[in-house]
Design a protein around this ligand. Structure first.
Ligand SMILES: [Zn+2]
Ligand SMILES: [Zn+2]
Ligand SMILES: [Zn+2]
Length: 150
């Protein structure tokens, strides 16, 4: 789950990544940090309808390049973005954690609590990133399902 940050911390983050502090960037950051699930561009568009799509697209791209957020795919193959926790650097992500796709609410969760196995590939393969996906019911939805049965 993303830790709660205030606007000063978001400004610091932008500064640390040599990004100019702009209102749209700060809003995208605070929106993404306020959620414990990944966010898709359409999600962001619907809450920030005063920021145009191209601007939003560029912000997400820049954040991804800088190692602030990483891309995850939901069950429909739509790109979602989640905040990075580990020591992600510019053009070098270390988000080797499990991504959980909930089949009911369609949310994507970053599962940082799980230690990833060290995977050894056959000779000749040079992996640059590992992604592990799981799907099923998230805690919220499995609770709802249990309530229905009772
Ligand atoms: Zn990352
Ligand atoms: Zn769910
Ligand atoms: Zn993740």
């Amino acid at each position: 789950m993303a830790q709660v940050k205030n606007n000063y911390q978001f400004e610091d983050m932008l500064q640390k990544h040599n990004l100019k502090k702009t209102a749209p960037r700060l809003r995208v950051l605070s929106m993404m940090y306020s959620k414990n699930t990944a966010t898709s561009q359409p999600d962001l568009e619907s809450v920030m309808n005063d920021i145009d799509r191209v601007t939003l697209y560029r912000i997400l791209n820049t954040f991804e390049e800088k190692g602030i957020i990483h891309k995850v795919f939901d069950l429909n193959g739509t790109a979602n973005y989640a905040v990075c926790h580990s020591d992600c650097k510019e053009n070098h992500h270390h988000d080797e954690h499990l991504h959980f796709n909930c089949t009911a609410c369609k949310n994507v969760y970053c599962i940082n609590e799980l230690n990833m196995p060290r995977l050894t590939l056959p000779a000749g393969f040079e992996p640059q990133a590992f992604t592990l996906y799981a799907s099923g019911l998230c805690p919220k939805c499995s609770k709802k399902g249990a309530a229905r049965v009772n």
